[in-house]
Design a protein. Structure first.
Lengths: 164, 787
């Protein structure tokens, strides 16, 4: 755990993470990303740029996707935060996780939690039907391994499933 | 018709799209990457960077930083020098590199000091409090300025010149003579611009010196953990047995995670001194500005030919920008890597290539970004050159290539620049590509469009790569021959553990290595655990880069498995109560010759190896193989891009892209397909987006992902893929490697397509990246000339 022994100006914040209530005293500058990773040990959410330019840190706040590196933990009082760790279990994967496996939506796996969280949020958004529209809706999530074609295919397969 | 994967005989485990073994952890956020590792009481390192590209360091004041509560140490170049740790050897051993700027800062963002503190935040706050007084000096921004030697960059070197080396291969006089005598001749300056691999996971280290045991454990984002262990031992003097390097899950490498960086050394030194773990993870800006850049080759390409389009000679003279230190990750005897592959897929009677490298005030690197050493540069040069020649001859670029292809019967083919190509069927691979894309139709469509002034282009690239270094007699790093290794242990119940000297970063070795071994032994690949990246357990290997894993470690795996089979045969004979000569391995089991139905499986043999071994034999079932390949492998492909260029805006739409690859025998088609998508995406990025550029004062202009543009799902074209299979004759399973072909082969297909579209305007060449602005300017200038 990161030590903040010399910080006195901590602020209290309470929210839920993956359905479980969490109360913390955080550095007011601490991002949601660092808080999840360093304070709560939820390292599934990744850091690729720390500047809102890659999407590796995507989580859900009240059901909407956000770049957790651009968001201060202290501002989320009362919020429902969901991370990749809360999405599915080995025996009961989220359909999006299953689709990523089925359609090989990753290589090194580093962008994958962010891609999956982004893709799950997208299901509830007014995103157009075509591959190109899905690609546009996913353009905040960089994959340096270049797995985009399969990522889009995975999302489309889940959307099709949901539509039937 | 060319052979494809589907035509091969049914196999046990090879050629199957087995799902990745990493799936369960990666899709649930359970991967364990460097920054996910937390050790008790660990400290964090932040680095101070030079704002100037070239400056004398007059003083460094640590006092304010040290006064900040939580700061444990501030380390400078002077401190490291006192401990004799200021200089790092570079991989090929011809230069050395400063760990922290010492005396002078030689590039913008160079590491000047390190601050170690109890949290990330305090370390960065501390770094801001380190006061450095600089005296700015004039910078050398291009190798052409450096060449003049008016400013000498490196006072630490004996030779007072910025020239690092001259390297050449081939017969210069003959090539020049042939060029002079050629009926047709082209010459073009072609730049392979500086770019950066920028894997999504930045580089990092967590060094943990245990003072009680005297053992140093170094977790690091490493593509070559064993080489790094040796390098750490050589630099620090700590005996190699006291160093344990662990490369956990690696979030992409692409060559970026091959070198040793200053942050690794400073964190390690801090841990050794303080005796607690110290972590350093670079920011995206640090990644783009200080760690391993790629390319930066300015190539003068000359080709001579007959009027009928038969090539007669090739000459390529290159000026290379190596930055402030010669830290290029090339093998010792090959300072310009495999640049000699520049004759490509064509039968040149004579050729000559030379490279002159210079120091400049830029970050060091020159790493092999998703390619074998300098092959992307070479391949781009020849494939662009052939297109320019075709235009001059007024010949279809495919026709010109076909007239000059090395023919199937010519393999093994000795190239004029010293390589022996293993195998290939360029004609068949190209024909397949033409058929799938409908080349003739596209040319007709283009002719129609040109009539109305529309800019449509078709670009081809029929490239040959060279990968899989060794052989050890030619290639080494730090003097260590470029072999690789495998160790297999089969357990009593027929499952097993497979270890290799490689370290995957998304290539899927956990799955494909199991498939290779399973194929050789008739075992279930799901029951073979693959482990890499831990130097305490894995056999020594040179690592994963330059597409060497399958050509080298893949060979080691197959041959280690065959050693298991040899021993297994003795056990099988014992079980079958027969002589060993009467037992043969067929249909993935041991059979008694001539007695149908009498056989034992490897699983039964494994059990017997522990419970009922032949009398007087050694129990157990394991084997190790260190494989030094007899030759490199030469994957190849025929790629076709179709683009439409908007005359008004310069925007390029990639309408279609087809990659037909021949990487020899395919281990896992799904993983190969993913690798090809990835390489094409990076090739597309190089062609249209990615560049690390500098202004006239030497300031880096591309320091984050809003300035260094990487493709997202939105820009990335749709990829069409197909393959042909020409097995490598010398590789144990006939595989050649694939991860980098699409990155090596595709940039020129895009650029050729855009130049083809712009041909009616008389535009011959534009340097990458072909941004909308550059294309628009070229169109505007060309139109101005016409009107
Ligand atoms: S880490 Fe948050 S967007 Fe890159
Ligand atoms: S899988 Fe490696 S960055 Fe996307």
């Amino acid at each position: 755990m990161a030590s903040h022994e010399f910080r006195t100006d901590r602020v209290e914040v309470a929210f839920t993470v993956n359905g479980k209530p969490v109360g913390l005293a955080v550095d007011p500058r601490a991002t949601l990303l660092d808080t999840l990773r360093d304070e709560l040990g939820l390292t599934g959410t990744k850091k690729g740029c720390d500047h809102g330019q890659c999407g590796a840190c995507t989580v859900h706040v009240n059901g909407r996707r956000v770049n957790s590196c651009l968001s201060f933990a202290a501002t989320h009082e009362g919020a429902a935060i969901d991370t990749i760790e809360g999405l599915g279990t080995p025996d009961n994967l989220h359909p999006m996780q299953r689709a990523f496996v089925e359609l090989d939506g990753y290589q090194c796996g580093y962008c994958t939690p962010g891609q999956i969280m982004s893709a799950v949020a997208l299901l509830a958004e007014p995103c157009g039907e075509s591959d190109a529209e899905v690609a546009e809706c996913m353009s905040g999530n960089v994959c340096r391994c270049g797995a985009y074609q399969n990522i889009v295919a995975a999302i489309q397969s889940v959307r099709k499933e949901n539509a039937t | 018709m060319a052979t494809t994967t589907d035509d091969l005989p049914a196999r046990h485990s090879l050629g199957k799209s087995m799902k990745r073994k990493e799936d369960p952890r990666f899709i649930r956020g359970k991967g364990r990457y460097l920054d996910d590792i937390v050790l008790p009481h660990m400290l964090y390192l932040a680095l101070v960077h030079s704002p100037y590209p070239h400056a004398r360091i007059k003083s460094i004041d640590k006092s304010k930083a040290l006064a900040l509560p939580g700061v444990k140490a501030v380390i400078t170049g002077e401190d490291l020098d006192a401990a004799k740790l200021e200089w790092l050897p570079t991989f090929h051993g011809y230069d050395k590199q400063m760990v922290l700027a010492f005396g002078k800062a030689l590039y913008q963002y160079q590491e000047v000091a390190g601050v170690v503190a109890t949290s990330r935040e305090i370390a960065s706050d501390g770094a801001e409090l380190v006061e450095v007084e600089y005296e700015p000096l004039d910078p050398l921004v291009t190798p052409f300025q450096a060449r003049e030697d008016k400013i000498i960059l490196r006072d630490d070197r004996e030779s007072k010149t910025n020239h690092i080396y001259h390297w050449e291969v081939g017969d210069k006089a003959k090539a020049e003579g042939e060029l002079d005598g050629s009926a047709v001749r082209i010459k073009e300056r072609i730049l392979s611009p500086r770019c950066h691999p920028a894997p999504l996971e930045p580089c990092g280290v967590l060094a943990d010196m245990n003072k009680a045991t005297g053992r140093l454990t170094v977790y690091m984002t490493s593509q070559a953990p064993h080489v790094h262990r040796t390098a750490f031992s050589l630099v620090t003097g700590i005996p190699e047995d006291k160093i344990h390097v662990i490369s956990p899950d690696v979030g992409g490498g692409f060559g970026n995670k091959v070198p040793v960086y200053p942050g690794y050394v400073v964190a390690t030194v801090a841990s050794v001194i303080i005796g607690v773990p110290v972590k350093w993870v670079e920011s995206r800006t640090e990644n783009l500005t200080t760690t391993g850049f790629a390319r930066d080759y300015h190539m003068d390409v000359e080709i001579g030919a007959t009027k009928e389009g038969k090539v007669t000679a090739l000459k390529v003279s290159t000026v290379a920008d190596h930055g402030a230190f010669d830290a290029a990750a090339d093998p010792r005897k090959y300072p310009a890597g495999m640049f000699g592959i520049v004759t490509g897929s064509y039968d040149f009677p004579t050729a000559f290539a030379e490279v002159d490298a210079y120091f400049t005030n830029k970050a060091p690197g020159g790493i092999a970004y998703r390619c074998s050493f300098r092959v992307t540069e070479a391949s781009f040069a020849i494939e662009r050159g052939m297109d320019i020649l075709a235009r001059k001859l007024d010949m279809d670029p495919v026709e010109l290539r076909r007239r000059n292809f090395i023919k199937k019967e010519q393999f093994p083919y000795p190239s004029p620049l010293g390589f022996v190509y293993d195998s290939g069927d360029y004609e068949a691979t190209t024909q397949k590509a033409l058929d799938i894309i409908g080349y003739d139709e596209l040319r007709k469509e283009q002719a129609e469009k040109r009539k109305s002034g529309e800019l449509m282009g078709i670009g081809v690239s029929t490239f040959t790569e060279i990968v899989g270094a060794g052989p050890g007699k030619h290639f080494d790093i730090l003097g260590i021959k470029m072999f690789d290794s495998a160790e297999i242990r089969i357990h009593p119940t027929g499952s097993g553990i497979v270890r290799a000297g490689t370290r995957h970063q998304g290539q899927g070795h956990e799955t494909t290595w199991a498939q290779i071994v399973a194929e050789e032994l008739g075992l279930d690949p799901q029951e073979l655990l693959v482990e890499e990246g831990d130097t305490d357990t894995a056999p020594y290997g040179l690592g994963t880069y330059a597409s060497r894993s399958t050509p080298v470690a893949g060979g080691a795996l197959a041959l280690a498995a065959r050693r298991i089979r040899e021993k297994g045969k003795k056990i099988a004979a014992h079980l079958l109560e027969a002589s060993e000569n009467d037992v043969e391995w067929k249909d993935y089991k041991f059979n008694l010759k001539g007695v149908p139905g009498k056989s034992v499986t490897m699983k039964e043999v494994a059990f017997a190896a522990y419970t009922n071994p032949p009398p007087d034999s050694e129990p157990g079932l394991e084997a190790t193989y260190y494989y030094d390949p007899p030759n490199l492998t030469f994957p190849n492909g025929s790629y076709i891009a179709v683009v439409d260029v908007d005359r008004e805006t310069g925007a390029v739409i990639v309408r279609r892209f087809l990659a037909v690859d021949d990487c020899g025998v395919v281990i896992n088609p799904m993983i190969v397909e993913g690798q090809i998508h990835g390489g094409l995406t990076e090739g597309f990025a190089m062609a249209f987006m990615q560049e690390i550029a500098f202004d006239e004062s030497g300031n880096n202009l591309n320091t984050n992902f809003t300035e260094y543009l990487v493709p997202t799902a939105l820009e990335t074209p749709h990829w069409e893929t197909a393959n042909t299979v020409t097995p490598s004759p010398h590789h144990p399973i006939g595989a050649k490697g694939v991860g980098e072909s699409p990155n090596v082969g595709s940039p020129q297909a895009f650029v050729n397509a855009v130049m083809d579209a712009l041909a009616p305007l008389g535009i011959t060449h534009i340097d990458m990246p072909l941004t909308r602005e550059k294309v628009w300017r070229a169109i505007r200038d060309a139109e101005a000339k016409v009107s």
